[in-house]
Design a protein around this ligand. Structure first.
Ligand SMILES: CC(C)(COP(=O)(O)OP(=O)(O)OC[C@H]1O[C@@H](n2cnc3c(N)ncnc32)[C@H](O)[C@@H]1OP(=O)(O)O)[C@@H](O)C(=O)NCCC(=O)NCCS
Length: 243
């Protein structure tokens, strides 16, 4: 049965990327239903609503889940196990974990790192976002960092301003970090900035479980950094006739 979560979203000792993300979001925004609502489902299953998207981890009954998501106005779901009955699967997302040692990478010529977040960068490279959604994403990353539940780096070039960024969501109880918002401006790509940014950001967390989700084409970008695939999970979309 799906019911509002009353206690903390305990992620367990070995959470996957989605379970860790749900726990961090709940810790940060759990008392603000306009930003995030978390529900328990079945034996240890969790469902989290944010805007018209949702995250799910662990078991849930497919029929009940589809009805619940429809009622909540959700259009897209990222789930590592539960499948809503009748929903369309999208291209699978690869789940990766840092299992090797991060390489020591030199800064590409003329670039340096700053912890100053760059609003235009962190959000601007994600396609299809409105100006308001970009502002929200920037505010979200800053909020996480200010609460010790996030870390971020920005790459800057002399005379050119910010050119790349990467962020980690931090779940300190299980020492789990989830990599997110990795982006380099098109003009600065293929000069080593992307891998350098990720290596620099993740280095302080090498003793943690460092996880990420990405499109399968990007596993080649992450492999030399020490990330290996652990699983594939589909994204789920509500059938058009129900929207
Ligand atoms: C993915 C991204 C961050 C890479 O940044 P970058 O600065 O170009 O990365 P690097 O220069 O460090 O790339 C090193 C290597 O990674 C691989 N690589 C880079 N981009 C890749 C991509 N889009 N797909 C597959 N492999 C890629 C290549 O092997 C590249 O080496 P090469 O230039 O010798 O071929 C950048 O393309 C980007 O911002 N893309 C849009 C946002 C995005 O997809 N973010 C990732 C979310 S998980």
């Amino acid at each position: 049965m799906i019911a509002p979560l009353t206690g903390p979203a305990a992620p367990g000792p070995q959470p996957g990327a989605l379970a860790a993300t749900i726990a961090i979001n709940h810790r940060l925004y759990g008392n603000c239903p306009a930003l995030c609502r978390t529900f328990a489902s079945g034996e240890g299953g969790l469902i989290q609503l944010r805007g018209d998207g949702a995250l799910a981890t662990g078991p849930a009954d497919g029929e009940e889940l589809a009805g619940f998501l429809h009622f909540a106005g959700v259009r897209a779901l990222r789930s590592d196990s539960a499948a809503p009955a009748g929903w369309r699967p999208g291209p699978p997302v690869c789940q990766l974990a840092l299992t090797g040692r991060l390489p020591a990478l030199c800064a590409p010529a003329g670039m340096w790192l700053t912890e100053e977040p760059s609003p235009r960068l962190a959000a601007g490279l994600q396609p299809g976002l409105t100006e308001e959604e970009r502002d929200n994403l920037y505010a979200d990353l800053c909020t996480r960092r200010n609460h010790g539940l996030g870390a971020l780096v920005t790459a800057v070039e002399a005379g050119g301003g910010p050119l790349g960024c990467a962020a980690l969501l931090l779940e300190p109880d299980s020492r789990t970090a989830v990599l997110t918002a990795v982006a380099v401006t098109p003009a600065a790509r293929r000069r080593g900035a992307g891998r350098w940014l990720v290596a620099a950001l993740c280095r302080p967390y090498q003793g943690w479980r460092v996880l990420l989700e990405c499109a399968s084409a990007l596993t080649a970008f992450y492999a030399p950094l020490g990330f290996t695939p652990t699983a594939q999970a589909p994204r789920w979309y509500r059938p058009p006739e129900e929207m």
